[in-house]
Design a binder for this molecule. Structure first.
Ligand code: GLU
Length: 481
């Protein structure tokens, strides 16, 4: 096999669609698996869609995702420029070469004539009108400044065929294909032309991209053939769907990499999950690092059918990655989420991290899990009642008072020491430990669920605040017994 060269050719739109990121990932994995090169090319010729800062989004996404390009605008290895708008000058010459070789022709038809070709559905198939113009006439009209486009000359009979690495044999009747525009009247290439020229000049021999290009590829092959260039291999990828009918959509915040980062997914988990969307590893293990993905990636595992994006599964996977994090790592990645919560700047994030690591699947859950620390106010004392543990409001009140008394002079305000002392108190009172710790936790938090038990909460709050809340809850219970 020739040295594998794959590419990712995003248009800078300002965001990274999950489907595009997966295309990028597969192109990267395939290149790395085969000791090849992975090239980044920015397809920015569609100036109408130009978005300020959008190229940076591409770089930062790749970086966060752990996908390292070997070549690209910032790493020119002799195949540059890697930004399409900087390649503008070369397309016209190649189009002229294609005209000389019979694969394309000049077309001077104006809008009126093109409109007249439209059928009742408003669809026009160009009728090769200008193909019959002779060379002299063409040159004369160009010299006189008449506007023109360059069109592909697609055969009218027979079939164009190729073998896709995922979809197998593809055969398209030539009469179904149009003589599409390759060079527009402003001299700029269309995607259909630029992708062929760029892939050839960049020596891309494995083209990996979305399935929407599957049926245009025969047209591209006709150009490769007419130029006398070697065709690349193709791998087209099925879309990622929200469900059987719907695509992932930006509107629901489930289409872009950035949406998921904002929800608190870790880039590693997203990459791991999307690797599995449309590709199945041979083994059963689904939690795979980038190195493992590279080792295991194979074309046979790629599916032809669309894959359904299952956020619940990605959430689970994200939780698994979180569980493996150290307190420091978690505190670091969770910082923006702490900062956006009510506890911002008020608690030790590492102490919170310790409690949260086993309890959150995505970082976006942090606020709801910690906000109670700051939201302490009157709450429903019915929460104290617990049938199974035989806790009544009265028992809760009595035990809270005992805690208040017993801990008043206690200074070792750490989870462990408090737990130890709580157990001793239960023994002294002749009650179950739950009858101490449950009311205590409620009294400190006023919340049904908390990311940790009474003593962990107490440590977090510190002694003064713990005692203040205990007094508040004792008073509240007294008034509502
Ligand atoms: N710029 C195209 C896109 O974003 C690239 C398609 C391709 O990979 O050839 O869809």
């Amino acid at each position: 096999m020739d040295k594998v060269r794959t590419r990712f050719a995003p248009s800078p739109t300002g965001f990274m669609h999950i489907g595009n990121l997966r295309t990028c990932l597969y192109a990267y994995l395939f290149a790395k698996k085969n000791n090849g090169k992975f090239v980044l090319r920015i397809e920015d010729t569609d100036q109408e869609r130009y978005v300020e800062g959008a190229v940076d989004v591409i770089y930062s996404t790749l970086k966060k995702a752990g996908i390292q390009h070997d070549e690209g605008p910032d790493k020119d290895c002799g195949y540059g420029p890697y930004i399409q708008s900087q390649r503008k000058s070369l397309y016209l010459d190649y189009a002229k070469e294609l005209v000389d070789k019979g694969g394309a022709y000049y077309c001077f038809c104006d809008k009126e004539r093109l409109d007249s070709l439209k059928d009742e559905r408003g669809v026009a198939k160009y009728d090769k009108h200008c193909l019959s113009l002779n060379k002299e006439e063409v040159e004369k009209r160009i010299a006189s400044g008449e506007p023109y486009v360059i069109r592909q000359n697609v055969p009218t009979e027979g079939f164009s065929e190729y073998d896709d690495m995922v979809f197998g044999h593809i055969s398209v009747p030539n009469e179904d294909m149009e003589d599409g525009v390759l060079i527009k009247s402003d001299g700029m290439p269309t995607y259909n032309f630029a992708n062929v020229v760029d892939d050839h000049l960049m020596a891309i021999n494995y083209v990996i991209r979305g399935v929407e290009y599957l049926s245009s590829t025969p047209k591209y092959n006709l150009m490769y053939d007419a130029f006398g260039w070697e065709r690349p291999h193709y791998m087209h990828l099925s879309p990622i769907m929200k469900d059987a009918q719907r695509k992932l959509s930006k509107r629901y915040g489930d289409a872009n990499f950035e949406d998921f980062l904002a929800k608190g997914y870790l880039p590693k988990a997203i990459v791991n999950y999307i690797a599995l969307l449309g590709w199945s590893p041979k083994g059963n293990d689904e939690k795979l690092t980038m190195d493992e993905l590279i080792q295991q990636f194979d074309v046979e595992g790629i599916s032809k059918s669309p894959s359904i994006f299952d956020e619940t599964k990605m959430r689970w996977l994200n939780g698994e990655y979180i569980k493996q994090m150290s307190v420091d790592e978690f505190a670091e990645v969770a910082k923006p989420f702490f900062e956006a919560s009510k506890v911002a700047g008020k608690y030790d994030y590492k102490a919170l991290a310790k409690l949260l690591i086993p309890r959150v699947e995505v970082l976006g859950e942090i606020a709801e899990k910690v906000d109670f620390l700051e939201e302490f106010a009157e709450y429903d004392v019915a929460m104290f009642e617990h049938k199974k543990m035989k806790i009544t409001r009265q028992l809760a009140l009595d035990n809270l008072k005992a805690i208040r008394y017993d801990f008043a002079d206690f200074e070792d305000w750490t989870d462990e020491a408090l737990k130890q002392k709580g157990m001793e108190l239960a023994e002294k009172l002749g009650c179950k430990s739950g009858q101490i710790f449950l009311p205590w936790r409620l009294a400190l938090t006023g919340a049904q669920t908390t990311p940790g038990g009474a003593t962990e909460m107490a440590e977090l709050l510190g002694k003064d605040e713990s005692m203040r809340r205990l007094d508040f809850s004792i008073d509240l219970l007294c008034r509502n017994i």
